[in-house]
Design a protein around this ligand. Structure first.
Ligand SMILES: [Zn+2]
Length: 509
């Protein structure tokens, strides 16, 4: 493990939140490990050890600090730049833990041997895959203890411990306290309604929350998504159960506040991890900005709008359907069309403030008469073909390991071209380096003639071309230019349904 101790030491003493999540500090005397931003008095250099991940600190016998709560620190360790395989493995562990089949199955899905995977984990994270999964589970349990009123028996199951005894033992060993003692310590006192859960997802500042809201507001599907008063809200369906969540910026300015209403606490881990991905909570804005600043146009944009993130999606099928609807028409036109689709084919839902439907399932669209809502024959057939491929299991947006292979299969559907595939890669697969180079808006933003010229210029932005695209799109959007004039970071109601010059594609086939 070669964390540069001098850099860690400076970062630790500065308590700069941009280092949060990049490494952890073990204090030798107390056997406690902390985040770089811990408010506790700083220990002497000779009494600390540095770790690249929380799991590594735990493996070395350190307990998480009860003040800075390392379990809520942002993201995965980026200090050394994790390998592709490790990042993918972390994503899969995030989605399902190691519950379905353990390390062997995980390694098989990634196309590597389990011993090799273990070695990679040790090199990049200083901990084995099992230790990482175990740490995540414990951290999630701690989050539920601190931030919800769920009974301990339910938390044990929701966090994947199987039984209360294992849960109690795990928490006790890790935190040196019983779950009940920990709950008593938590400052949280507000009583939540039975099936409502409140979480804080911490991020490394800066985070351009208004930029996120503007983008989502312009595309909010009527009935399914609402953006108002600085809050994003949407209906969700998971394993046949309906619910909704809402996300806003926490007053602290370094976390998103997530309120989930859902009947089944077992699904909370899955929902929280999806929200984390959808709002790009783990991005390392400082590192991204550093790379993009080499381009003179982008340098100005990064300066003006620090911390712009990539809006992901709740559901890959929904996002891909929206992308197809958006081919060759304005964002405003596509949003109106999506609204008609939802009221015709979506399941009714009674939620707060204009949440009236769930987005139509693949089953509902597989044979739907989409001409009835004004869709052209070719586009209707593309959506039906996508829906049928998902129903048949030929296309599965969850747990995608090989993006190239996945996109190749997606493009076999008639009517899905390169632009749509790259857009799906950006927003549904969370690929940081996807790039829809035929996009008219991107060409216009840089006054470039052809997509080949654009691709050449974009070489310098790798591996962050997705973020570059976000900056260029924002430059063209009315909300982007308005925000630049006022320079205000304050959240306000966004321009719902404002027409934007993108993504209008020449021909997406
Ligand atoms: Zn601490």
């Amino acid at each position: 493990m070669n964390l540069d101790w001098q850099v860690c030491s400076r970062a630790r003493l500065s308590r700069d939140s941009r280092f949060d999540g990049k490494f952890f500090i073990g204090v030798i005397g107390s056997r406690v490990y902390c985040r770089p931003i811990c408010p506790a008095p700083t220990a002497k250099e000779k009494n600390v050890r540095y770790f690249p991940s929380a799991a590594a600190a735990a493996e070395a016998g350190f307990r998480p600090c009860l003040r800075c709560r390392p379990e809520s620190s942002p993201g995965t360790p980026a200090w050394l730049g994790t390998s592709n395989t490790v990042s993918r493995a972390l994503r899969l562990i995030g989605e399902s833990g190691l519950e379905d089949g353990g390390v062997e199955v995980l390694a098989e899905r990634l196309g590597v041997g389990s011993r090799h995977l273990r070695r990679l984990f040790l090199r990049h994270l200083g901990a084995t895959p099992i230790a990482v999964a175990q740490t995540r589970r414990l951290h999630f349990a701690k989050k539920l203890i601190d931030e919800t009123r769920l009974p301990m028996t339910q938390i044990a199951i929701a966090a994947g411990f199987g039984c209360v005894r294992r849960f109690n033992a795990g928490i006790r060993k890790t935190y040196d306290r019983t779950p009940t003692q920990i709950r008593r310590l938590a400052r949280k006192t507000a009583v939540q309604p039975g099936n409502q859960y409140l979480f804080r997802l911490h991020f490394r500042p800066p985070y351009h929350w208004q930029g996120m809201l503007d983008f989502l507001a312009a595309r909010a599907t009527p009935g399914v998504e609402v953006v108002e008063c600085g809050t994003y809200r949407r209906t969700i369906s998971w394993q046949g159960r309906p619910g909704y969540f809402e996300v806003s910026l926490d007053d602290s300015g370094d976390a998103l506040l997530v309120r989930i209403e859902f009947g089944d606490p077992h699904s909370l881990f899955f929902i929280v991890e999806h929200v984390r991905a959808m709002f790009d909570v783990n991005a390392d804005s400082a590192a991204i900005a550093q790379s993009l600043k080499s381009d003179p146009v982008l340098a100005g944009r990064v300066e003006a709008d620090p911390g712009l993130r990539v809006p992901g999606c709740w559901n890959g099928f929904e996002l891909a359907t929206r992308a197809i609807l958006g081919q060759q028409i304005t964002v405003k036109g596509a949003t109106a069309m999506a609204g008609r689709m939802v009221s015709a084919f979506g399941m009714p839902f009674s939620g707060p403030s204009r949440l009236t439907h769930l987005f139509p399932s693949p089953e509902a669209l597989a044979d739907a008469n989409l001409g009835s809502i004004g869709l052209t024959g070719a586009r209707a057939e593309t959506i039906r073909a996508l829906a049928r491929a998902v129903c048949a299991g030929k296309i599965n947006f969850e747990g995608v390991v090989d993006s190239d292979e996945f996109l190749h299969r997606l493009c076999e559907i008639r009517g899905i071209g390169k632009w749509t595939a790259q857009y799906v890669a950006m927003r549904a697969l969370g690929e940081p380096d996807a790039f829809p180079s035929s996009d008219l808006g991107l060409l216009r933003a840089l006054s470039v003639e052809s997509s080949r010229d654009l691709e050449r210029r974009a070489e310098a932005w790798r591996p962050w071309r997705t973020y570059a695209a976000m900056y260029l799109w924002r430059m063209l959007s009315p909300s982007g230019s308005r925000a630049n004039q006022s320079g205000s970071r304050k959240a306000h109601e966004s321009s719902v349904g404002s027409a934007e010059p993108y993504p209008r594609v020449p021909v997406a086939v």
